[in-house]
Design a binder for this molecule. Structure first.
Ligand code: UD1
Ligand code: UDP
Length: 387
């Protein structure tokens, strides 16, 4: 599709948490490769994630332009953290006056961008729109509903997300799109763009398998960070108990890059016998969060993945891996429908049963449900056509 446009448009992207930094890589890459003469991107980092291995590492590795602004808000309670972000984002929006603000996913950084921009009439582009867990106790569910309902462009990554929008009253509308007449689209998932793009690069660059002495060995990969798993002692203990069980019973090694939130909780539970066993279990590689290339390589070579992460459960699917989803529900229903992933919440019994079911399953069909790996490009084109 040839795009005839004379003026540049200015996008202001808000990032803050690890997955948003990774998602932003896809859009920045599309702009750099195809639209430098049509799109200017300003990047604002809220500072929600700030450890080197939760933020800086991704800019260098994924060649994301350094942020033009960093609000350095750091950690805090939801209200306190979001309020600081809203204040900071509003000031920058007033100064930069972009054509669009681009918001990713469902974190407090997303919410802050949505509140700040909608009040001063800057059109919101929501990438990863329409996803619902139908569990409003999840802070992310509140963030994504609010963001969707004040956006002008809603880019859903899946058919389910698109249908959720229709069910909430969004319509396939005609241009011009604006907050009261938003456009809804499904161009696929920009995380899939990244997994395809970086898959071979990661094979060449990452040395994580050698470092962990896992080359040509079977292993499982695990991540845990959701508040209902980390901030709920019985849940975290049962999950770690099940990791101990999977290593003992099946002689599996497990690679567990530990999110800082989870590490804090584990450290506060030394006295518990399952936690003590977990800490002494040499078959569990308890490592700091890894870079995206290392993560991709671990995902590609793992036998099975256990996770409560939205991004990691999808990447398991992208790389044709069975996945035990450590959550009571998921926004990615298509993955469940393939029967290559099972929801287990945090129950020890459910986790061990799901392991047996998935390992014994002969179903290795992973239909293409996340687009064609060009979502970022299609999103840019849609914005340009309408500007
Ligand atoms: C946030 C998002 C969640 C997303 C996740 C990705 C919200 C409400 N939650 O959850 O949707 O899935 O990011 O990883 O926005 N911490 C550090 N160093 C850091 C970052 C965090 O030590 O660089 C610790 C702090 O103690 C902090 C805790 O982790 O209080 C939680 O961080 P926060 O950003 O509030 O939430 P996440 O659990 O990371
Ligand atoms: N990830 C990473 N290193 C890690 C753990 C995760 O690079 O140690 C990547 C992972 O590959 C995925 C993204 O971080 O692309 C998922 O982010 P996270 O699990 O923090 O958040 P969620 O997707 O649940 O919001």
């Amino acid at each position: 599709m040839a795009i005839k446009i004379n003026k540049m448009i200015k996008l202001l992207s808000i990032i803050g948490a690890r997955p948003q930094i990774i998602k932003a890589a896809a859009l920045s890459r599309a702009i750099r490769n195809e639209f430098t003469d049509k799109i200017e991107e300003i990047i604002v980092h809220t500072g929600q994630h700030y450890d080197e291995n939760m933020s800086k590492v991704f800019f260098e590795e994924l060649k994301i332009p350094m942020p033009n602004y960093n609000l350095n808000v750091g950690s805090g309670k939801h209200g306190e953290q979001s309020a600081k972000m809203i204040t900071g984002v509003e000031k920058i929006l007033l100064k930069e006056n972009p054509n669009y603000i681009v918001l990713y996913g469902d974190t407090n950084s997303t919410l802050a961008g949505a509140v700040a921009a909608s009040k001063i009439n800057i059109p919101i582009v929501h990438i990863e729109s329409g996803l619902r867990s139908f569990n409003k106790k999840m802070p992310e569910e509140i963030n994504r509903i609010i963001c969707d309902h004040c956006s002008s462009y809603l880019f859903s990554p899946t058919q389910t997300g698109f249908k959720n929008l229709i069910n909430e009253g969004f319509k396939k509308s005609n241009k011009p799109y604006h907050i009261d007449n938003p456009g809804i689209f499904n161009y696929g998932d920009i995380m899939y763009d990244n997994s395809i793009y970086f898959s071979d690069i990661a094979e060449n660059k990452s040395k994580i398998l050698e470092k962990l002495k896992l080359k040509n060995k079977d292993f499982l990969l695990a991540t845990v960070h959701r508040d209902y798993n980390t901030d709920n002692d019985p849940a975290l203990i049962e999950i770690l108990q099940s990791f101990n069980y999977l290593t003992k019973k099946y002689k599996n090694e497990i690679v567990f890059p530990i999110h800082p939130r989870t590490l804090q909780k584990i450290k506060s539970q030394y006295a518990n016998s399952h936690i003590a066993e977990f800490l002494n279990n040499n078959l569990i590689h308890k490592i700091a969060p890894v870079s995206f290339f290392d993560m991709i390589l671990l995902e590609k070579h793992a036998r099975l993945i256990l996770t409560d992460s939205g991004g990691v459960q999808k990447e398991a699917y992208f790389f044709n891996k069975p996945c035990i989803i450590l959550r009571p529900e998921t926004e990615w229903l298509e993955i469940l429908e393939t029967k290559k992933a099972i929801l287990v919440s945090s129950s020890f019994k459910e986790i061990s049963n799901a392991y047996t079911t998935l390992i014994e399953s002969s179903n290795s069909v992973f239909p293409k449900i996340f687009g064609n790996g060009n979502a970022a490009e299609l999103i840019c084109k849609e914005l340009l056509i309408n500007s």
